[in-house]
Design a protein around this ligand. Structure first.
Ligand SMILES: [Cu+2]
Length: 130
């Protein structure tokens, strides 16, 4: 019984593996074909309703105040020009590794009458003096 089960498995297993691999390959190729022209070589922040994307340079991090000051690029979704402003952080831990001069992308979330950063990720560095 044990013998026949294992021999049955060993005859089916390669087929299953081949099918899984082929499936994975198809998914991989399809994904590349769909996203290749649009995906920059960096991490993407989640997009969704209520999430506004921004980009800028970190000027000051104040984890103890859950605040980060950013020189941000224009944010057309909010009709904001480029400016320097402090943002409250939803999760202060997310800014723990950030420092002055870091180029960041962030997601804004409406909180009352203002906006807080719900997610922030380093994309590079200005490389200037810290
Ligand atoms: Cu602003």
């Amino acid at each position: 019984m044990k013998l026949s089960l294992s021999s049955a498995l060993s005859s089916v297993l390669p087929l299953v593996l081949a099918a899984v691999l082929a499936g994975a390959l198809v998914l991989l190729l399809a994904d590349q074909a769909l996203t290749a022209p649009y995906s920059p070589p960096r991490e993407e922040l989640p997009r969704g309703p209520g999430l506004i994307q921004g980009r800028g340079v970190v000027l000051q991090v104040e984890p103890e105040k859950a605040r980060i000051k950013i020189d941000h690029e224009p944010i057309p979704a909010l009709n904001w020009p480029r400016m320097t402003m402090p943002f409250p952080l939803k999760d202060p831990v997310s800014a723990r590794t950030l420092k002055k001069g870091d180029v960041v992308e962030f997601a804004l979330e409406k909180a009352g009458s203002s906006y807080l950063i719900s997610e922030i990720k380093k994309q590079g560095s200005t490389g200037g003096p810290q």
